[in-house]
Design a binder for this molecule. Structure first.
Ligand code: MN
Ligand code: MN
Length: 317
């Protein structure tokens, strides 16, 4: 029998603990955590940003938050490999729901996302955002940099997203972020990049063949060395993965990372001072058997495990 009676997404009495209900039942909050806007004592608030007007090819990531939440129920049972603990036993996590904005008004989306992230950060919690196309990283970075100062960016993607262009798309937001002083290219790493961009802007770039040559430990070492002791923001564009592992996305590019490699790299990033994450670009209309959404949910859970790694289990109440 479920500990608190069904449904965990609403009735869990505290923001801790694994799901105790079947994965096919109940409301699909992220990892079946409690839907709540009460941020008292909360460590991580999961925030959906269903925005896809910044995409340059196939739209559909507005359904990303819903798809990732649904897929996450399949891994909501307990520890995720290679960890031997459940991050929900160590971190107080709530699903904050989605950001609402006036459709068609980019400025309103920017304002609402930034204000919502501000609210979460001001309450002492950190943001785990589910996109949406990658443009949503810009308002998220604005909120995080206001609190934490200029950030190191740990970025996984097929694309640099640093195109020198004044427009507001999912291919330009890190150029804006750099120009606004939100991120420091010298402390930032872009992994999986396999589309041409004549400018690096000083970012450390690890294309797939470099990932191959360095090996997983070498990639992790390079990321840690580059970031150093800086506060870091993790931004994972699901198209970093090869379309074999993530077909459900707007701008897929062949020759990418395996989900295995990405999960292993993330698992080994303990020690970096992460202050927030977004997982973006899941577009379920092009997905097959939920593999893209499941990869996204698993990567987000891996981040939570890394965040929880050095924390004690909260005693059961
Ligand atoms: Mn991207
Ligand atoms: Mn991309």
């Amino acid at each position: 029998m479920p500990r608190h009676g069904s449904d965990h997404a609403f009735l869990n009495r505290e923001p801790y603990g694994a799901m105790s209900e079947p994965p096919y039942a109940g409301a699909t909050s992220f990892l079946r955590t409690r839907y709540s806007r009460d941020l008292a004592g909360v460590d991580v608030a999961v925030l959906g940003v269903p925005y896809d007007l910044g995409v340059t090819n196939r739209p559909g990531t507005r359904f990303g938050p819903r798809a990732v939440r649904q897929a996450s129920t399949q891994i909501a049972w307990g520890p995720q490999h290679p960890f031997d603990f459940d991050p929900r036993d160590r971190l107080a996590i709530v699903d904050y729901g989605d950001v609402a904005y006036d459709v068609g008004y980019v400025d309103d989306m920017l304002r609402q996302v930034e204000a919502t992230a501000d609210t979460i950060i001001d309450a002492g919690a950190s943001v785990l955002a589910l996109g949406g196309d990658h443009f949503v990283s810009l308002p998220l970075l604005r909120a995080h940099a206001r609190r934490h100062g200029k950030l190191a960016l740990v970025h996984f993607d097929a694309h640099s997203d640093t195109w020198r262009d004044g427009n507001y798309t999912h291919g330009t937001m890190f150029f804006h972020a750099m120009n606004e002083g939100l991120i420091d290219p010298a402390r930032s790493v872009q992994t999986g990049i396999r589309t041409h961009n004549p400018e690096t802007h000083g970012f450390t770039i690890l294309p797939p063949e470099t990932v191959d040559a360095l090996g997983l430990d070498g990639v992790v070492e390079t990321i840690k060395r580059t970031v150093g002791g800086s506060k870091a923001y993790l931004s994972f564009d699901i198209d970093c993965l090869d379309p074999a592992f993530a077909p459900g996305t707007g701008t897929p590019v062949c020759g990418g990372l395996t989900s295995y490699a990405a999960l292993q790299i993330l698992a080994r990033l303990g020690g970096i001072a992460f202050i927030g994450m977004d997982l973006v670009e899941v577009a379920p209309a092009y997905d097959v058997g939920e593999i893209t959404a499941l990869a996204g949910a698993s990567l987000a859970m891996q981040y939570l495990s890394v965040m929880a790694k050095d924390r004690p289990d909260r005693p059961a109440s």
